[in-house]
Design a protein around this ligand. Sequence first.
Ligand code: THU
Length: 137
Amino acid sequence: MKINYLELLQEAADAKQYSYAPYSNFRVGAALISNINHIFIGSNVEGASYGVTTCAERNAFYKAITEGERHFKAIAIVSDSNRIIYPCGICREVMNEFVDDDFVVICGNSKLEYEVYKLKDLLPHAIIPLDNDDNYN
Ligand code: THU
């Protein structure tokens, strides 16, 4: 089944209502769809010790992973900004842990305009697990 980008973006936009962002006032919502078409939403959660903040994308992934899902097709992300947002480096690494080469990141803005990227283009030369390669010898 083809991914409905706009539907996933709308789910991400809805997820913003659960954002906890009193420090940045920058609400972000994400919607992750698995290979069996389950959708997991996430929003950013901040803390007074700013470093504890977790992005919307990671929260969507952690929710899915901790509910047993392991294979994913796409994630959509949006904020309240007119600017399209892109996942941070840490989130790209977390995504890379659980997806294959076809996984796409749908980066949107508040008007649900969007750009679609393959994760492997957003994260070139990703880390490969130690036991699967000989780069670290
Ligand atoms: N944030 C996300 O949730 N996802 C992104 O892709 C960009 C940044 C959050 C982290 C923090 O709560 C706020 O946006 C400002 O950086």
